[in-house]
Design a protein around this ligand. Structure first.
Ligand code: MG
Length: 380
């Protein structure tokens, strides 16, 4: 399945694969390729198209959505995996699934839902991504969820509170024992960061909320913008931005590859178990780590906290909170699948979790429509 030799410390294609329900081995693809295909065909994946990354879906057709974000993460992760002789199929599966549990309206939606869910165990989007692939997808006759391999599930759960980890069995153990996941998972996580830092620069400039003059104070941007000026004197506008952003992505990807290679060589892991027991081996050099952090901070300040983004964030918070509170007060307004009946009806935590599943599964526009339908008398 691989055109290159996998390193001994890569996630190997085990037969049988580590799935909760044993299935006949995959015939035309690797087991991780099968995971990836299941993810692409599931409904939560299609909903990513209408979920906010930074800009709400209706704000413009060219901005990233969670779907295009996930595709960019997968592209970057695959390139790095191939260079390091890691398992490309696995890192692709993890990348495509990493945001499946996100609520509508990005982090604003997740924070609001987490606040609402405080009395009932909270809400973490990472944990929800795992819940989507383990439980919520209904596509198979003999099991709930997608029955993905342990390695893909381990990669999806990139953060987890100790409290939640203790209830997750084997998959939660690494948070308690403070161990690392596979290198494929580590790199999907950093590919996520490379993707959003760069596309948020692009989207920020495109939206006009971020000014290029301000960005020139960020070393990583300034340095690469300078290279563009040398290659194409006088080039400005969208082309100059695109040339700069692709150089920034390249800088980060190449640094991650060389720095990780050095760390792996120093650590000499013999297999994936050695990887799990070692410190993180996929990492930038300190210098580039500092530059990436500077860019992150810039985006925090100039884009994510921009008052026009905050206005949408504030509305999003209200939308999610209103829906949650209304459904808790009047659960009979819920679609039947989410309404907890009879014997469980007195257990508010069970009902709350179902409401969180319902809301988390909504796209931006579905949530807005549902809010309008329920709160405005003249809307039906
Ligand atoms: Mg992401």
């Amino acid at each position: 399945m691989h055109a290159y030799q996998l390193a001994p410390y890569a996630a190997l294609n085990l037969v049988p694969a580590r799935r909760a329900f044993q299935e006949p081995p995959a015939t035309s693809r690797s087991e991780f390729g099968r995971d990836r295909d299941r993810i692409i065909h599931c409904s939560a994946f299609r909903r990513l198209e209408y979920k906010t990354q930074v800009f709400v879906n209706h704000e413009g057709d060219l901005f990233r959505t969670r779907l295009t974000h996930s595709l960019e993460v997968a592209q970057i992760a695959r390139a790095i995996a191939r260079n390091l002789h890691l398992n490309e199929d696995l890192t692709e599966a993890i990348s495509l699934a990493h945001d499946l549990g996100h609520t509508p309206f990005g982090h604003a939606g997740q924070d609001a839902l987490n606040l609402c869910m405080q009395p009932y165990g909270g809400f973490e989007h990472n944990l929800q991504s795992l819940r989507v692939v383990d439980v919520l997808e209904e596509r198979y006759g003999n099991f709930d969820g997608l029955n993905l391999t342990f390695e893909t599930r381990e990669g999806i759960l990139k953060h987890c509170s100790r409290n939640n980890a203790s209830q997750l069995g084997e998959i939660g153990q690494r948070f308690i024992k403070k161990k690392q996941p596979s290198l494929e998972a580590q790199l999907a996580n950093l590919a996520d960061e490379i993707a959003y830092n760069n596309h948020d620069v692009d989207d920020g400039l495109r939206s006009g909320l971020v000014q290029e003059n301000a960005l020139l104070e960020v070393a990583l941007y300034a340095r690469n913008r300078q290279l563009v000026e040398q290659a194409f004197p006088g080039l400005t506008g969208r082309r100059a931005v695109a040339e700069t952003v692709r150089r920034m992505i390249n800088t980060l990807v190449l640094d991650l590859i060389t720095a990780s290679r050095t760390r792996i060589q120093a650590q000499q892991p013999r297999d994936i178990e050695d990887v799990r027991n070692a410190p993180p081996l996929i990492a930038f050099t300190d210098h580039v780590r500092a530059e990436a952090n500077e860019l992150k901070q810039f985006l925090q300040q100039h884009l994510y906290r921009h008052y026009q983004v905050q206005r949408m964030t504030s509305k999003a918070r209200r939308c999610v909170t209103d829906l949650f509170n209304l459904f808790m007060d009047e659960p009979d307004l819920l679609p039947p699948d989410y309404f907890v009946r009879d014997e469980e009806a007195n257990n508010k935590a069970i009902q709350a979790r179902k409401i969180a599943d319902y809301i988390a599964g909504m796209t931006d526009r579905y949530a807005m429509r549902e809010h309008r339908r329920l709160f405005f008398v003249d809307d039906i």
